[in-house]
Write a protein that binds this ligand. Structure first.
Ligand SMILES: Nc1ncnc2c1ncn2[C@@H]1O[C@H](COP(=O)(O)OP(=O)(O)O)[C@@H](O)[C@H]1O
Ligand SMILES: [Mg+2]
Length: 355
C-alpha cells in the first residue's frame, strides 16, 4: 500500500525564511495525521511539498517506498482539499465531483459508480444537479471532499478544510470527516491551527512551531505528557496554567502554598509548573497539596464554570480552574487541590518536559 514518509524535509525560501526545518515523520495506511500549529509555522508548506507544488530545499518525500521528488503533482496520485473549495462555478455538483476523474481516462460507468458512492457518503444525493452558487458553505466543502474521495488516491491532503465554516457547521462536518476517513485505507495528512480538530480527528498529531516538529504522538500522549512548554500551552482548552517558580529544597512555593517536586526531578534552581484548569478541583479527604485564593472572575461555560483565582501570598499569581457548574464554593478563600499526578514540570531554560 502507500505509506507516506517525510525524510529530513527542509524548505528555505531565503536565508531568513525557513518555514520547515529537518522534518522527519511517517504516516501509515489508515493513519490520520494532523499537522497543528499557529499560523505561519509551515503547515501548508509541508503539504505543498508532499503534493509536489513546492520542491523541498533538502530531504525527500516517499509514497509507498518510492521517492516522488522527481514526479510532477499530477503524477503523484494525491487528492488535496483546500480551505477555499475551488469548485467550478459553471458545473453541477455531479460534474464537480467527477472532475477529478475525467482526466484519468476511466470508463463512464466506473465514474458514475464512484460519484454515487461518494455523494451518498457525504449526503449530497439531493444536490447533484445544483450549481455551487446555490449551495451553502458546508455543502460546498462536502462537494470538495467528495471530489477528493472519488479519486481513490494514495494519500489525502487536507489544508484547513473547515476554516470557512461557522462554528456549528464546523462541528458537524468534523464529525462527518472522522467517519468518512475511518473507512479509508490511504494515509491522511490534515492541516489545522485548531487544536480541537487535531485532538478529535487524528490517530497521530504533529505539533509544529517555528518550522520545527515539537511533539509527535497520539492525541492522548500530547495531552497527557506534552513534550515541552509550547505543546503544553497549545494543546488543551482552556489553556494549561504555566507558572515559573523558584525552587526551595524539594518544593516550590505557590504563594503561601507549598508544592512538592517529584523525587526524580533534575536539580534546577527554578522550574515551570503546569496544571490544566480541568485538573484543579475542590479538595477531597486525603488531598494534601492545596492552594488558596480569592476568585476574581467566573466565566460560565454551561457545563462548568471557568474561574480565575488570585493566589494568597502572591498578588501576581493567578490560576484558572474548571469547576462543575453544580458545585458549591465561595469566592473568598477558596481552596483548590493540586493532584500531584496532574502536575507537569518543565525546564525554565530549555522548556523541555522534566517529569
Ligand atoms: N512562496 C513563498 N515565498 C516566501 N515565503 C513564503 C512562501 N510561502 C510561504 N512563505 C512563508 O513561510 C512561512 C510558513 O508559511 P505556511 O506554510 O503557509 O504557514 P501555515 O500554513 O502554517 O500558516 C510563512 O512565514 C510564510 O510567509
Ligand atoms: Mg496554511
Amino acid at each position: 500500500m502507500a505509506k507516506l514518509e517525510l525524510q529530513n524535509l527542509t524548505k528555505a525560501y531565503s536565508q531568513k525564511i525557513v518555514p520547515v526545518k529537518d522534518l522527519s515523520l511517517s504516516v501509515e495506511d489508515g493513519e490520520f495525521l494532523t499537522l497543528v500549529g499557529p499560523s505561519g509555522c509551515g503547515k501548508s508548506t509541508i503539504l505543498r511539498m508532499i503534493a509536489g507544488l513546492d520542491q523541498p530545499t533538502e530531504g525527500r518525500v516517499l509514497i509507498g517506498g518510492k521517492d516522488v521528488n522527481p514526479l510532477a503533482p499530477g503524477d503523484r496520485n494525491i487528492a488535496m482539499v483546500f480551505q477555499s473549495y475551488a469548485l467550478y462555478p459553471h458545473m453541477s455538483v455531479q460534474q464537480n465531483i467527477a472532475s477529478g476523474l475525467k482526466l484519468r481516462n476511466l470508463a463512464s460507468g466506473d465514474i458514475q459508480k464512484r460519484v454515487q458512492d461518494a455523494s451518498r457518503v457525504l449526503g449530497l444525493d439531493p444536490l447533484l444537479d445544483r450549481k455551487p452558487a446555490k449551495l451553502s458553505g458546508g455543502q460546498r466543502q462536502r462537494v470538495a471532499l467528495a471530489r477528493a474521495l472519488v479519486r481513490n488516491p494514495d494519500v489525502f491532503l487536507l489544508d484547513e478544510p473547515l476554516s470557512n465554516l461557522d462554528a456549528l457547521l464546523r462541528e458537524q462536518v468534523r464529525a462527518d470527516l472522522k467517519q468518512i476517513f475511518e473507512d479509508q485505507q490511504s494515509p491522511v495528512v490534515y492541516v489545522t491551527h485548531d487544536q480541537t480538530e487535531a485532538m478529535t480527528l487524528s490517530t497521530k498529531v504533529a505539533v509544529l512551531s517555528d518550522g520545527y516538529l515539537q511533539h509527535l504522538g497520539s492525541p492522548n500522549e500530547i495531552y497527557k505528557t506534552p513534550a515541552n512548554r509550547f505543546v503544553a500551552s497549545f494543546i488543551g482548552s482552556p489553556q494549561m496554567n504555566l507558572i515559573s517558580l523558584e525552587r526551595v529544597n524539594n518544593a516550590v512555593l505557590l504563594g503561601d502554598s507549598k508544592v512538592d517536586l517529584p523525587a526524580n526531578l533534575p536539580a534546577k534552581s527554578s522550574v515551570i509548573m503546569g496544571i490544566r484548569p480541568e485538573h484543579l478541583r475542590l479538595p477531597r479527604e486525603g488531598d494534601h497539596q492545596i492552594v488558596q485564593g480569592n476568585v476574581f472572575l467566573v466565566e460560565n461555560l454551561g457545563m462548568s464554570d471557568l474561574i480565575s483565582l488570585r493566589v494568597h501570598g502572591d498578588e501576581n499569581l493567578t490560576l484558572r480552574a474548571l469547576l462543575p457548574s453544580d458545585a458549591t464554593w465561595s469566592r473568598e478563600n477558596l481552596k483548590l487541590a493540586l493532584p500531584p499526578e496532574s502536575i507537569h514540570w518543565f525546564d525554565t531554560q530549555t522548556e523541555a518536559r522534566l517529569n
